[in-house]
Design a protein around this ligand. Structure first.
Ligand code: F6R
Length: 607
């Protein structure tokens, strides 16, 4: 069972470099173990091992293999330890079928029992290994490779993206059901991958495969058929991501690069969407009136995207639109009955998060409309929801989400304004003021990233036993996000709280060894200041994130990370960037693997 990155390459005399490069580019999807298989004209060669793709790269280069067609995989294990044996590609008993898989095969126990009874020997603990044995079984029964591949896939239940090679055939066979898979069309052959950044430096022409598609890809041709074998024509799309956006460009870490590029990302998010003078929002596919029938909104998401959803809940409520935010993994248990007029908004950077997708799938029969807010054009969520709204942040490689949070919140603010204008009786107090503050947001973010003292404060704050993040209203989800980022990349203890909740329990934990980070937006500041005084009375040092114009906050705080003065609804976004930088610098001081925190992966495609 795996969440991971798949890649395949055809069309060059030697595909090894491109395969290894693709795996390096996909490492954010998993980095427990990695492997490649090559068709070298003389059988299939498989190289796989525990560890990061860099370890595999070194091994492979030492052994200098070559091949004209290859498949590769980088793994994030959820079942079966990250050992050499459990690494992909997996092969069949005879070694002439190699397979990489992303997803989960739910009926693998039953298939394994059946295959073992037919004398197949398994060498790993993974669910994925049933696939090469199933293909081998059909080949032995006389099927050709493509027919054997189809017959094997027909037996699978669960979610998967699979790419397979059969010895002696200059082709790869690929399919998907519930897990992402994209075909890249280059001048000199083809790529298959879980995500576009795997091959973005070679081509921007892609076909996003759909569930049930079977692609047969050789060095110079590709065909796509449906599960019955009928030909399908899928027109290639051009992705507008810049290959340089997916590179580190001299930064030590993708995370810092992605924090720094937030002003540019936001400019793309907002481009052409705001007319501050007239107080109007233009959301391309959603002309005025598109949301006139919306009576309430439920936002569903995971992790950082959940925090963006919780932020949006406040933005909608401020505008008189009833809204609730739900953690996707819990949505089935907590969602109210979906009455007519409910808009369910799935927020997902990747558009592939299984918990979020399942939440939306659960309500497809109900009388509710679904909208995906995502960064990835062609992602599963964008295709499964009734409509999609893109945040246009560009590729995000660091496992910790940064720029996409800012672009999600900005997009959701535009959506809230559009809805407020569409829905009778609802409306922002001052749309023009909010929209012109949005226009200034990229510049204000630049001020934060160019002038931050987060590095110096990180040096002084580092070493505390615990870190509490507090805020109210939109600053509450920002506090939760600050704590998530902090624990995720520093491995230090951190918790986020609604500021008012501290005195109802968590205050018992506060000592002089608890750093308290308090987020101020210019709204309800006096109340949060009272909470700050409560922790200071217990000797906890306080780092405030606030405008320098908030004199009472500046005076009370032990340390200040300033943000430019702006509308309170946007101050949370500026504060969040300071929190990202604080986490980054503490993690850097502690020498953590910032772009690849232990046990995590960027895209979690299992529930
Ligand atoms: C945290 C982080 C995760 C993701 C979560 C949802 O830094 O990146 O918490 O936010 O896994 O992912 P998406 O937005 O792709 O659905």
């Amino acid at each position: 069972m795996t969440v991971c990155g798949i890649t395949a390459r055809t069309g060059r005399a030697d595909v090894v470099d491109d395969l290894l490069n693709g795996l390096k580019n996909l490492e954010y999807r998993g980095y427990d173990s990695a492997g490649i298989a090559l068709q070298n004209g003389d059988g299939l060669d498989v190289y796989k091992r525990q560890g990061e793709t860099g370890d595999l790269d070194a091994d492979v280069r030492r052994r200098r293999p070559s091949g004209e067609i290859g498949i590769g995989h980088t793994r994030w294990s959820t079942h079966g330890a990250p050992t050499d044996a459990n690494a992909h590609p997996h092969t069949c008993c005879g070694g002439d079928v190699a397979v990489v898989h992303n997803g989960i095969i739910e009926n693998h126990d039953e298939l394994r029992t059946e295959l073992e009874a037919a004398a197949h020997e398994f060498t790993s603990e993974t669910d994925s290994e049933v696939v090469p044995h199933l293909i081998e079984e059909r080949l032995a029964a006389g099927d050709g490779p493509e027919a054997a591949f189809r017959a094997a896939i027909d037996r699978l239940e669960g979610s998967y993206a699979i790419v397979a090679m059969v010895d002696g055939r200059d082709a790869v066979y690929a399919t998907r059901s519930g897990s992402p898979l994209v075909l890249g069309i280059a001048d000199d052959g083809y790529f298959l991958a879980s995500d576009v950044p795997a091959f973005l430096e070679y081509t921007d022409r892609v076909v996003f495969l759909e569930d049930g598609d079977v692609a047969t890809v050789t060095a110079s041709t590709h065909t796509i058929t449906d599960s019955d074998g009928a030909m399908i024509v899928r027109t290639p799309e051009t992705v507008d991501w810049n290959p340089e956006d997916a590179e580190k460009r001299g930064y030590d870490h993708y995370m810092l690069k992605e924090i720094d590029e937030q002003p540019d990302a936001l400019e793309r998010t907002l481009e052409g969407r705001i007319d501050a003078e007239r107080g109007t929002v233009d959301l391309e596919a959603f002309p005025p009136g598109s949301f006139a029938d919306v009576e309430r909104v439920q936002l569903v998401a995971c992790g950082t995207s959940y925090h963006a959803a919780a932020y949006a809940q406040r933005l909608l409520t401020h505008r008189g639109i009833p809204a609730t935010a739900h953690r996707a993994g819990e949505y089935a248990e907590t969602a109210n009955t979906l009455e007519h007029g409910t808009l369910v908004v799935g927020v997902s950077q990747s558009g592939e998060t299984a918990d979020t997708l399942q939440s939306l799938r659960r309500i497809t029969d109900a009388d509710a409309r679904t909208l995906a807010v995502t960064n990835v054009v062609g992602s599963t969520i964008s295709r499964e929801a009734d409509d999609a709204l893109y945040i246009r942040a560009g590729p995000e490689i660091g496992v910790a989400a940064t720029k996409t949070f800012s672009s999600q919140v900005a997009t959701l603010l535009l959506l809230a304004e559009r809805m407020a204008a569409d829905v009778d009786g609802a409306g922002s107090d001052d749309t023009s003021a909010v929209l012109s503050a949005l226009e200034s947001l990229p510049g204000n973010l630049r001020t934060v990233v160019d002038n931050t003292d987060a590095g110096a404060i990180a040096r002084r704050a580092n070493g505390r036993e615990s870190h509490f993040f507090i805020g109210r209203d939109v600053a509450h989800p920002v506090a939760l996000e600050g704590a998530l980022k902090f624990k995720e990349i520093t491995y230090e203890h951190a918790e986020g709280f609604a500021a008012a909740q501290l005195k109802h329990g968590p205050l018992a934990l506060v000592t002089d060894d608890t750093a308290v980070v308090a987020v101020f937006t210019g709204r309800h500041d006096e109340k949060t200041l009272a909470n700050v005084r409560e922790v200071q009375a217990r000797d906890a040092p306080v780092i405030a994130i606030a405008s320098e114009d908030s004199h009472s906050v500046v005076e009370a705080a032990d340390e200040l990370l300033p943000i430019p003065d702006t509308e309170p609804e946007l101050a949370g976004l500026l504060a969040n960037v300071q929190l990202q930088l604080l986490s980054y610098h503490v993690a850097d001081l502690l020498d953590r693997p910032i772009d690849k925190p232990r046990n995590l992966a960027k895209s979690v495609t299992v529930e």
